[in-house]
Ligand binder design. Structure first.
Ligand SMILES: NC(=O)c1ccc[n+]([C@@H]2O[C@H](COP(=O)([O-])OP(=O)(O)OC[C@H]3O[C@@H](n4cnc5c(N)ncnc54)[C@H](OP(=O)(O)O)[C@@H]3O)[C@@H](O)[C@H]2O)c1
Length: 352
């Protein structure tokens, strides 16, 4: 079987989770794609920094161009963040015939169209599921599952840190306590300004609106208000009144143009977006044929982001050689009573 030779840029929250996920799911990926993944090089900024995970020091380089230009690398994963130099790395990798995957919303929002065009010209993949909502498979749903439909609008919670902070404050934490915990969990950036001001959600909405409506929308085009001006008491009061605040990102077709914005909104407590807790993200899509489609997933954190990156990796690697049909598995029937009903939610034993 031909190996899938991978170069990785970044070994922070996301990069480390990708290394762990490749090690944990390498066999599964090999079976599904027919190409066993092999991590060849990792670009970092600080070569000797203490890290959460242990990697072979021979894989590391402080010169990202070495990874980008390594002729052995088939596929480059970018997890460093920021627009530059990340955009230059991805451009060069595509020109050199590599597939590229990224978790970087700023980069995709600013250069997504150009990089998609370059990838198409070179016959390579440029995939970015992880850039919007981490494990939320929204890019795939818009660009593949609903490719035959016309999306009229979408409403979502697209920032895991803001949702984590809101729901922690609702339960009594201060804003600072919630932010400290979000940083410790790898959800928030060291400077969470973009998360709380709504700019991060605006970049993600720009990406989704560009895909859904096939028009160029840039982050700076999206009117934006965040949760930074809301007091802790206002957040708790809204929660007690049964109308919790959520940071909403919404866009819809309107006449010949579009309406869009990011803003805090009090929601009915049983609205699917109001029920999102902690770092969860969710999006309601409104499409001509499908009607309403709702997606919900962990919208931040290393492992959920690695899940989206590995999904893109499997797409880029393509379908595997035909596998022999698996044996029919033993099936144990699930019946009413297997689960425990808590607050009206069915939780199957051992699943949650
Ligand atoms: N964290 C999340 O929950 C999450 C979710 C979805 C998407 N994302 C996106 O994923 C990306 C990475 O996020 P993160 O949370 O993993 O960030 P992070 O923990 O700060 O890690 C960034 C990594 O990139 C390396 N790096 C930075 N600039 C570099 C450069 N010029 N050349 C080589 N390496 C460089 C750093 O090296 P050193 O370690 O040596 O300093 C570090 O390992 C960002 O675009 C972020 O928006 C994050």
């Amino acid at each position: 079987m031909r190996m899938l030779r991978i170069g990785l840029l970044g070994l922070g929250h996301v990069g480390s989770a990708v290394v762990e996920a490749l090690s944990r799911h390498g066999t599964l990926l090999a079976r599904r794609t027919g190409r066993p993944p092999a991590l060849l090089r990792i670009g970092v900024r600080h070569l000797h920094k203490p890290r959460r995970i242990t990697v072979d020091p021979a894989l590391l380089t402080a010169d990202a161009w070495e990874v980008v230009r390594d002729p052995r690398v088939d596929l480059l994963i970018e997890a460093i963040g920021g627009v530059e130099p990340a955009a230059s790395y991805l451009r060069e990798a595509l020109r050199a015939g590599k597939d590229v995957l990224t978790a970087n919303k700023q980069l995709v929002a600013a250069h997504g169209r150009e990089l998609r065009a370059l990838a198409a010209e070179r016959g390579r993949a440029f995939l970015f599921e992880a850039a919007v909502g981490a494990a939320l498979p929204i890019v795939q749903v818009i660009s593949t599952a609903l490719a035959g439909d016309r999306i009229r609008g979408l409403v979502g919670v697209l920032n895991g840190t803001a949702n984590y902070v809101l729901t922690r404050i609702e339960r009594g934490a201060t804003r600072e306590e919630a932010l400290d915990d979000a940083r410790a969990l790898g959800l928030a950036e060291p400077d969470p300004h973009d998360d709380l001001s709504g700019r991060d959600a605006a970049a993600k909405l720009a990406i989704l609106a560009s895909l859904a409506f096939e028009v160029p929308v840039l982050p700076q085009d999206v009117p934006c208000a965040g949760i930074d001006a809301l007091s802790e008491e206002a957040i708790r009061g809204a929660h007690r009144a049964g109308t919790p605040v959520r940071l909403i990102a919404a866009a819809r077709r309107q006449g010949d143009g579009f309406e869009m914005g990011v803003f805090p909104e009090r929601m009915a407590a049983d609205h699917p977006l109001a029920r999102l807790a902690g770092p969860q993200n969710g999006v309601l899509l409104y499409a001509d044929l499908a009607g309403e489609v709702f997606l919900q997933a962990n919208g931040a954190g290393g492992a959920p982001t690695a899940s989206a990156i590995l999904g893109d990796l499997a797409r880029a690697a393509g379908q595997g050689e035909a596998l022999s049909p698996p044996a029919v598995p033993a099936i144990v029937p699930l019946r009413s009573g297997n689960g425990t009903a808590t607050d009206g939610q069915l939780v199957l034993d051992g699943w949650a």
